[in-house]
Design a protein around this ligand. Structure first.
Ligand SMILES: [Zn+2]
Length: 333
């Protein structure tokens, strides 16, 4: 007796699976969730500082009227920003109006309210901190592809980038500063990123002589970064916050930023699991079971993975670093 063909064999189109594979491949890095704090018309590509040695020039620009620290018309090499990450159901990043000198911030206010509660969870409250970031125009010379990209935007942790550059920009003996960002007399910067996630550090910063001055073309391609910063009004921020009292989304913020970009096994497992509804029972493999247990933990405990308070400052900066690549890839949707 001839066996009846399965429904799948009868109905599946010859190329269905390969098409789905292609589709899946092309969207593998898009979470579809993340927005960042640049306006949609920000024209430059974002540079991803991966775990490797890097060589780049920071390209200066003339500050616009919205530069938070530099008078309009003055030359500058960066913009300092304060950012709330992982806000609302879209886990997006928003500039903090309070820390940017633009008035009240509902996220900071919410954090202040949390602190008034008895026995508040410190880790949860901390997750609403505005993080200090730095944005630069850069020309990167790591690969031909980087060079071809021309001027790119580098959004970095202040602690890992700017502090390190400042450390070599000052002559300890004379107290004089190197004109490292000057288009004519400036220097190329070399450093390396070591480690991933919480163990990220930038090491070996040094200035090296440039082969040639920065060209006018490159200078013209650098953007007035402050003109492309997106500020939401108090009410808009309040709206995107939704109901943070529930907490889960905000709590996972940093992990997700890292995961989206670094493609850690943990994230993959989670994605697979989400697609696997309904969940299997007790027959799940050991590691998956562990993952579920973690998910079922109470919100604040998720933060327990952090190191003890003594290393908090460092950890926080490292976590900021994890987020760094987040905004870039988010734009690749
Ligand atoms: Zn704020």
């Amino acid at each position: 007796m001839a066996k009846k063909k399965s429904r799948f064999r009868q109905e599946a189109g010859e190329n269905d699976l390969i098409q789905r594979t292609e589709q899946s491949y092309n969207t593998r890095e898009a979470s579809g969730k993340y927005n960042d704090y640049f306006t949609d018309d920000m024209p430059l590509q974002k540079w991803v500082c991966n775990e490797a040695g890097h060589i780049l020039d920071v390209i200066p620009f003339i500050a616009g009227p919205n530069h938070p620290n530099v008078a309009e018309g003055k030359a500058t090499h960066n913009v300092d920003v304060f950012v709330h990450f992982g806000i609302g159901v879209t886990e997006s990043a928003y500039l903090c109006p309070a820390r940017m000198g633009r008035g009240k911030c509902p996220i900071c206010e919410f954090q202040a309210e949390l602190k008034k509660q008895k026995n508040y969870d410190e880790e949860y409250v901390k997750s609403f901190n505005a993080k200090r970031r730095v944005v630069y125009n850069v020309c990167v010379y790591d690969t031909n592809k980087d060079e071809d990209a021309g001027v790119m935007i580098w959004e970095a942790s202040h602690h890992l980038s700017e502090k390190n550059i400042m450390a070599i920009a000052r002559n300890n003996r004379t107290g004089a500063f190197v004109k490292w960002a000057d288009p004519d007399e400036g220097k190329t910067i070399e450093f390396a990123r070591e480690g991933k996630g919480k163990s990220t550090s930038y090491v070996g910063f040094k200035f090296i002589d440039r082969e040639a001055p920065i060209t006018d073309e490159v200078l013209d391609n650098a953007i007035q970064i402050d003109e492309y910063l997106k500020y939401l009004s108090y009410d808009e921020l309040k709206e995107v916050m939704g109901d943070p009292g529930k907490g889960e989304e905000a709590l996972e913020e940093e992990e997700n930023y890292e995961e989206v970009n670094e493609r850690t096994p943990r994230r993959k497992k989670k994605e697979e699991k989400e697609e696997e509804a309904p969940r299997r029972g007790r027959s799940i493999p050991k590691n998956e079971e562990k993952e579920e247990e973690e998910e079922e933990e109470e919100a604040p405990r998720r933060r327990g993975r952090r190191s003890p308070p003594k290393e908090e400052e460092e950890n926080q900066e490292e976590q900021e670093e994890e987020q760094e690549t987040g905004t870039r890839l988010r734009r690749r949707r």
